[in-house]
Design a protein. Structure first.
Length: 290
């Protein structure tokens, strides 16, 4: 009788793992059935083995993160708006320096500038102003705001800040010995030009040598000076470009016919008297100019 060999299959590693997992799932299912009395739904028994506290927490976080992102963006926007508002308007209660720095070129006098609202007293007939007409007292009024104010001095660094020509005339402060560049404030040059035009309208008075006006020169020299001043005033008026408005009305108390412009309007003005005082205080006696 021949003996027949019997072969037994040996499971691969994958089969062993699957068998082990199956037994574990079976045990888990049996445990659930024991705990619930066998009444637990099949889908619930299948999910119990997969649940994990971290997964549930992650699902809750994903549900609320858009709202958290919106809150962060809103807070950032409000903060940036508040910061920009403070930078723009925060200094208005302290001084007016920021206005000058923003809308004017640098000036050594910028720190004393203040602004105020003023209503012009400008009627169609102007025969009462101390700056209108010809004569000694009127000349004194003009000298007070033009000719009696000297020039100032700035350093090389300040000259470069203004973008002015480094070949400008150098000078030395006669009192301190400090070296720098001789300068003047534009407003006083513009007033000088306006005063020249005033004098030119009274040639019978200001053409006399003894009066000492700028009109008492050769005609060609006077014409060149007048042309220069007309252009200087034109440039400044167009640069500043006052956009204030005026109305028209009747003036029954004046010897005028029809309606006339009413120039008694409000304007925002710089403090001229403070500017004049600064210029006088910083006027320099010069020597060794080159």
């Amino acid at each position: 009788m021949s003996s027949e060999k019997v072969y037994r299959s040996v499971p691969h590693e994958e089969e062993e793992v699957e068998s082990l997992a199956g037994s574990l799932n079976t045990e888990s299912t049996e445990n659930v059935e024991a705990a619930t009395g066998g009444n637990e739904p099949t889908w619930r028994r299948m999910r119990l083995g997969d649940e994990h506290p971290c997964k549930e927490k992650a699902r809750r976080l994903l549900r609320y993160w858009p709202w958290a992102l919106h809150a962060v963006l809103l807070t950032t926007s409000v903060t940036l708006f508040a910061a920009s508002f403070c930078l723009r308007y925060g200094n208005t209660n302290k001084d007016d320096t920021w206005v000058t720095e923003k809308y004017s070129s640098w000036s050594p006098a910028a720190g004393i500038i203040k602004y105020h609202t003023e209503r012009y007293n400008l009627t169609p007939i102007m025969d009462w102003s101390p700056f209108v007409g010809a004569g000694y007292e009127i000349d004194r009024a003009w000298d007070h705001i033009t000719n009696n104010i000297g020039d100032q001095m700035i350093s090389r660094a300040e000259l470069d800040k203004l973008g002015l020509d480094p070949k400008s005339i150098k000078t030395t402060n006669a009192v301190t010995g400090e070296e720098g560049y001789r300068v003047g404030l534009e407003v006083f040059h513009q007033l000088h030009c306006l005063n020249l035009l005033r004098q030119a309208t009274y040639p019978e008075y200001y053409s006399r040598k003894e009066v000492g006006g700028d009109v008492a020169v050769e005609h060609k020299d006077l014409r060149g000076h007048l042309n220069h001043c007309i252009e200087a005033l034109r440039l400044n008026l167009m640069c500043e470009a006052d956009i204030g408005v005026f109305t028209f009305k009747m003036y029954p108390d004046l010897p005028l016919e029809g309606h006339w412009p009413d120039f008694s309007t409000l304007h925002t003005c710089r403090n001229f008297n403070d500017i004049r005082d600064w210029a006088l205080t910083h006027s320099v006696t010069f020597e060794n100019e080159e």
